[in-house]
Design a protein around this ligand. Structure first.
Ligand SMILES: Nc1ncnc2c1ncn2[C@@H]1O[C@H](COP(=O)(O)OP(=O)(O)OP(=O)(O)O)[C@@H](O)[C@H]1O
Ligand SMILES: O=P(O)(O)OC[C@H]1O[C@H](OP(=O)(O)OP(=O)(O)O)[C@H](O)[C@@H]1O
Length: 238
């Protein structure tokens, strides 16, 4: 019997599903999407000042938890949350096989890029890189990217403020997120290569989808319809 057909015999659970949302900039962008999907979380859920971490919604079968962006993928991969919203950068970094990412939510647009000081970029030819030291919050993405290019990369793992690292002699290159480019510019760096374009995704724990196909399938469908209604509204507003 296949995993799917055996899962269909398991009764769906009566405990609420957990939707994991990322704290920070994406949380604000999630507001209209949640509203369009008919999710009404407790009022303080979208308030970054609230110290609460788990919130009921108007649906007794759905609770929301608010965690750090990198941890959304971990909560969902381990089944602590069944559904989540997470940047494609985080999914690329962890590459969890337990996560299914059915929908591009078209929020949190940015890119994972390589940058270096403006002064060295002028004389540097990325095609000639053979040995580089790279500071990044994305060690796996960076390692894979440089390996695919045949470049020996010594990776220094930082959790933030990567833009400081080249000027202080910690590394020659950084791999970080870029949106407007203003953080790079303010720190004397320039983007030299785009590794991947990023948006946020709806993510699902694969086992939960097998064991609760109706409930989780219905939420995927609600997010899909929400995206359609938002894009219809956006195109009629322009
Ligand atoms: N400048 C940006 N523009 C647009 N989206 C971004 C930008 N920076 C990050 N993101 C997206 O938002 C997600 C969360 O980024 P954010 O910078 O808020 O969190 P963080 O700094 O990683 O959190 P933490 O405080 O846990 O380190 C990223 O994974 C990415 O998908
Ligand atoms: O191209 P820009 O529009 O300037 O955006 C890029 C910046 O945004 C992110 O940092 P964030 O502001 O989230 O701070 P962080 O360093 O705490 O992650 C990222 O790490 C860059 O530093």
């Amino acid at each position: 019997m296949s995993a799917l057909s055996s899962a269909a015999l398991v009764p769906e659970t009566k405990t609420p599903l957990i939707l994991a949302l990322p704290k920070g900039r994406i949380l604000t962008e999630c507001g209209p999407l949640l509203a369009a999907a008919g999710i009404v979380p407790a009022a303080d859920c979208l308030d970054e000042d609230s110290r609460r971490l788990r919130f009921p919604t108007d649906d007794p079968m759905l609770d929301v938890v608010r965690v750090r962006p990198f941890d959304v993928a971990t909560f969902v991969a381990f089944g602590a949350a069944q559904i989540g919203i997470c940047g494609a950068d985080v999914l690329m970094e962890f590459d969890y096989p337990e996560i299914y990412a059915p929908l591009d939510l078209r929020i949190g647009g940015c890119r994972v890029s390589i940058a270096e000081p403006v002064a060295s970029a002028a004389q540097d030819d990325p095609a000639r890189w053979s040995q580089v030291r790279v500071a990044t919050k994305y060690p796996n993405i960076a390692r894979r990217h440089f390996a695919a290019r045949g470049v020996n990369a010594d990776i220094v793992h930082l959790n933030g403020a990567m833009e400081l690292a080249p000027g202080l002699g910690l590394c020659r290159l950084i791999v970080d997120l870029v949106q407007t480019g203003s953080t790079l510019k303010a720190n004397g760096l320039q983007e030299v290569e785009v590794i991947a374009n990023v948006t946020s995704r709806l993510i699902i724990n694969r086992t939960a989808l097998k064991t609760q196909p109706e409930a989780i399938g219905a939420w995927i469908q609600r997010f899909r319809m929400a995206l359609e209604s938002l894009s219809i509204n956006a195109s009629t507003c322009t």
